[in-house]
Each structure stands twice: as C-alpha cells, then as structure tokens.
Design a protein around this ligand. Structure first.
Ligand code: ATP
Length: 306
C-alpha cells in the first residue's frame, strides 16, 4: 500500500505510443512527498518514457498528471525549477572541469546552490579541478547527480542511476539517494536491479510491456510469495524424468531451477536424494528468501535481467 501522505506526484492512466509500440499503456501511481518511489522493470518496460513525460521531455498521448499539488497540462519552467533530473544518457563535455560543469548547470537557474556545497554532497571535492574525461564512471555519475541537484530540487528523477557501475560505485550512489531522502526530497527512480529497488524504495511499481503489473513496498510485494525459502541451483539441461521427479513447487528460468522449501531440511534432503538418483549435480546451490526478482518471475515467467 502506498503511504497516507499527500502525493507530490500522481499519474493516472498515462499513455504513450511510438507508432504501433505501446511504450506506456495506462500507467497510474502516486508518490507521497519525502519518499523513494521506484519503477522496476526490464529493458523496454516503459520506465524511461514515463519519466521523460514527467520531466517535460516528451508529451503523453493521454492521461493525467498532478505535480506539486497542481494539475499538469504542460510541464512548465517553474515546475522544472523544482525538479532535478538525472538522464540515462549523461555525457558532459569531456574537456570541461568538474567545477565548470556544475557552474554551467547552476547558470540555468535563478537561485542555484553553491557549487562547493554540491561538490561535497556528491563527494567530488578533490576532483573539482579534474576534467570530465579523467573521471571514472562512478565519478561521472556522481557529477551527473550533482548537476541534477544544483537547483535544490524537491522532486528528483533518477533514470537508472547505477547501470553499468561497479558495486562500490553503486553503493556510493545509494548513499547519496538515502541522504536525499533523509533531507525530505521526493525521489522517483527507475532501475532493472531488484537489489537497488529493495535497498532504496518505500514503494515499487513493477512495470512490464508498458503496464504496471504490481505495486507496493518491497516487503509487501515479496510477502505475496509467502515466507518460504527457495533452494536454487543451475541445471541448464534437465531430462524430463528428472524434472518430473523434483520435490514440489519447482520452477525454471534461464537454466536455473528454484524449488520451494517450506521445510528447509526436509526439502534439502529430498533434493540430495533426487540429485543422486538422477545424476544431476546441484551446481551453485543457494538458499534464499523470496525477492523482487521472484515476484517479477512469478508474474511474467521471465527474469528482470534477460
Ligand atoms: P530501458 O531501460 O531500456 O530504457 P525502459 O523501461 O526505460 O527501458 P523505454 O525506453 O521507455 O523503456 O521504452 C519502452 C518501449 O518504447 C520500448 O519498446 C522501446 O523500444 C520503445 N521506444 C522508446 N523510445 C522510443 C522512440 N523514441 N521511438 C520509438 N520507440 C521507442
């Protein structure tokens, strides 16, 4: 359930097609102020198109948007002044220095924050004089985030903020998002990393093929699958007889098998016997609780990262 707080952003029945492709096909959601809201879905689910409409970069074909307590017909300059936008395709002039990039973005607004303050917020003080081309991907992404925060926005849109980053760089971005939330900002982010959605979000909308297929807090979404553990292992090729003999509630995706384990010890025992009898090694076996990937899999039969 979404929280009781008044939404800073609400979208009803949003639609956008590119020719015959229904990129956004009747999407509705509400984002309470001061929360982190995530659109989670695989590539092509319609997340970027949804965000671009809200950012005023694209026009919707139809649907209603409310932002900052106002009905939005067109995203105005004033509204843009209250938003921060991290686009999926960053890409700053490689020969500009970090400080110059932020000063350039600051010049777009009437009352920007001091560049030095933003440099500290995204931990780039010691790179202030470095050229963009000499930054690591994580540093470039923090710079892009700094540029998005230069106007001290109330509403921050982050389109796949950590795609392609290594785990440490990803965690650095997560820490900034958590701080922003702590400061009372409202954050809308898209991701296809279920760990990211789980770590950061108050509410998640799972999107697929332009539609919202589930929504709720990460805990609400995963609890729909029950509290049972899963035992998972890789088995790219499984003879039909072995598949049929697996202990109850097994499913397959991308060469991995997941077995429901309401009684962990009993199911492990049954699985070891099965493995011996059918000559199937339990490669990369893991035991875990249901996560958002499982929710997506149970709704679509596919994995988030295909
Ligand atoms: P990604 O993570 O790859 O950006 P996404 O969930 O953000 O995926 P969108 O980029 O919104 O999804 O794309 C939704 C659908 O619309 C896809 O089928 C995509 O191919 C299509 N699409 C997106 N932009 C355009 C465009 N400018 N012209 C035509 N089709 C487009």
């Amino acid at each position: 359930m979404e929280s009781e707080r008044a939404p800073l952003l609400a979208v009803r029945d949003l639609r956008k097609s590119y020719g015959s492709v229904r990129a956004v096909d009747g999407v509705s959601f509400a984002v309470p102020a001061g929360t982190v809201f995530t659109l989670l879905g695989p590539n092509g689910a319609g997340k970027t198109t949804t965000l671009e409409i809200l950012e005023g970069i694209r026009d919707a074909d139809s649907g209603e948007i409310e932002m900052f307590g106002m009905r939005v017909r067109k995203v105005t300059r004033e509204m843009k002044g209250r938003m921060g936008v991290l686009l999926q395709e960053g890409g700053f002039e490689p020969y500009l220095r970090v400080r110059e990039v932020l000063a350039l973005f600051a010049s777009f607004f009437d009352r920007p924050r001091p560049v030095s303050e933003v440099l500290t917020e995204v931990s780039l003080e010691d790179k202030a004089g470095a050229m963009v081309r000499h930054l690591s991907s994580g540093q470039k992404q923090r710079l892009a985030l700094g540029a998005a925060l230069i106007n001290d926005p109330d509403l921050v849109f982050l389109d796949e903020p950590t795609t392609g980053l290594d785990p440490q760089a990803r965690r650095n971005i997560w820490a900034i998002v958590e701080r922003l939330k702590h400061e009372g900002k409202t954050i809308v982010l898209t991701t296809h990393y279920m760990e990211e959605a789980e770590a950061l979000s108050d509410d998640v909308c799972i999107m697929d093929l332009g539609r919202v297929i589930a929504r709720g807090s990460p805990r609400e979404l995963t609890s729909r699958l029950g509290q049972d553990s899963f035992i998972e292992f890789d088995a790219p090729e499984l003879p039909a007889a072995a598949w049929a003999a697996l202990p109850g509630g097994a499913r397959r995706a991308d060469g991995a098998v997941a077995v429901n384990a309401p009684d962990l010890v009993g199911t492990l025992d049954a699985l070891l016997t099965w493995s011996r009898e059918h000559g199937v090694p339990l490669q990369n076996m893991t035991v875990r609780q249901p996560n958002l990937e499982d929710v997506f899999l149970s709704l679509t039969g596919r994995r988030l990262r295909g």
